[in-house]
Design a protein around this ligand. Structure first.
Ligand code: ISE
Length: 298
């Protein structure tokens, strides 16, 4: 597959590097970025190029909807970094537009060897009742605000929960202890997020983005007859921790294997919206989602 990557920032550069030699069947033929060195300044030109068969979108979130729609209009498979779009309403427009299943969302943990192993063991612990997660980053950039701890950080646990349990999340509650003295002024960090699934399971997520000591992702699934845990692998940052996941995600996409769909991107956005509302109100919030059956092709 001849691939074009839109966005030459951290994630775009990571995808471009992996596509150059690490992913059999993939050939990086073009890049686009308005300010950094790239083949095109405009992502729409890259999408229109007859040289490009498939597109990876790793530009700022506000551009995702436009670029994804252009890929759909051009009939080209697209791997869009999370978030799929700026909010749930925009994500839903993409679900409706993706009648041919051309959209994959970059929820790379589904390809992480640790998570893949965890999912493979789910049958060994009986019906799952509780999941405990922790998502700790050493630090975040100065523009990172309290809501982004939900929309940028916990969004991965939203997707992992839906993927591992095969259930939609119906309610979210966010609680915050006193902020860490290491958290930037005004940042409500850490946060404790609780999801309730449609099947009545509970998921706890400790999100702590000023954890200092490293990038640390944990997940324990408690079933009726046992528990299983993600191997602990404290790393320097998420690129290092999930290097294999990013590579395997690209490989699966190039092979045409199913990954996270536009619906998964929409569901994650809807859960995050409830999470941000709970963060702001201190109350549990119901997730508002359209009925999947009402959407053709979702
Ligand atoms: C970042 O945007 C990511 O996507 C990483 O996977 C996540 O672990 C990190 O917390 C986010 O800031």
């Amino acid at each position: 597959m001849r691939i074009g990557v839109i966005g030459a920032g951290l994630m775009g550069a990571t995808h471009a590097r992996l596509l150059t030699g690490e992913v059999p069947g993939a050939e990086l033929v073009a890049t686009a970025d308005p300010v950094r060195p790239a083949t095109y300044k405009d992502g729409l030109e890259l999408i229109a190029s007859p040289e490009v068969d498939g597109v990876v979108i790793a530009s700022p979130a506000a551009t995702h909807e436009t670029y994804t729609l252009a890929c759909l209009e051009a009939g080209k498979p697209v791997l869009c970094e999370k978030p799929l779009a700026i909010d749930a309403a925009a994500s839903l427009r993409l679900v409706e537009a993706d009648t041919r299943g051309l959209v994959t969302v970059g929820f790379m943990r589904r390809c992480d060897p640790g998570y893949v192993g965890l999912k493979a063991q789910m049958d060994a612990i009986g019906p799952p009742v509780i999941v405990h997660c922790a998502h700790r980053n050493p630090s975040v950039h100065e523009f990172f605000d309290s809501a982004m701890i939900i929309t940028d950080t916990v969004v991965h646990e939203v997707d992992v929960t839906r993927w591992l349990l095969g259930q939609e999340i119906v309610r979210v509650q966010v609680m915050t202890p006193r902020p860490s003295s290491r958290a930037r002024e005004g940042l409500r960090d850490p946060q404790l997020v609780i999801f309730e699934t449609e099947g009545g399971q509970l998921v706890t997520v400790e999100a702590f983005v000023s954890a200092g000591y490293g990038y640390d992702i944990r997940c324990e699934v408690v079933g009726e007859t046992g528990t299983i845990e993600l191997p602990i692998a404290v790393s320097e940052n998420f690129q290092q921790r999930f290097e294999a996941a990013y590579r395997d995600e690209l490989q699966a996409w190039v092979r045409g294997e199913p990954g996270a769909t536009a619906w998964d991107g929409y569901a994650a956005a809807a859960v995050c919206a409830a999470g941000v509302e709970s963060l702001n109100t201190g109350q549990p919030v119901e997730v508002k989602m359209v009925d999947r059956a009402s959407i053709k092709g979702a």
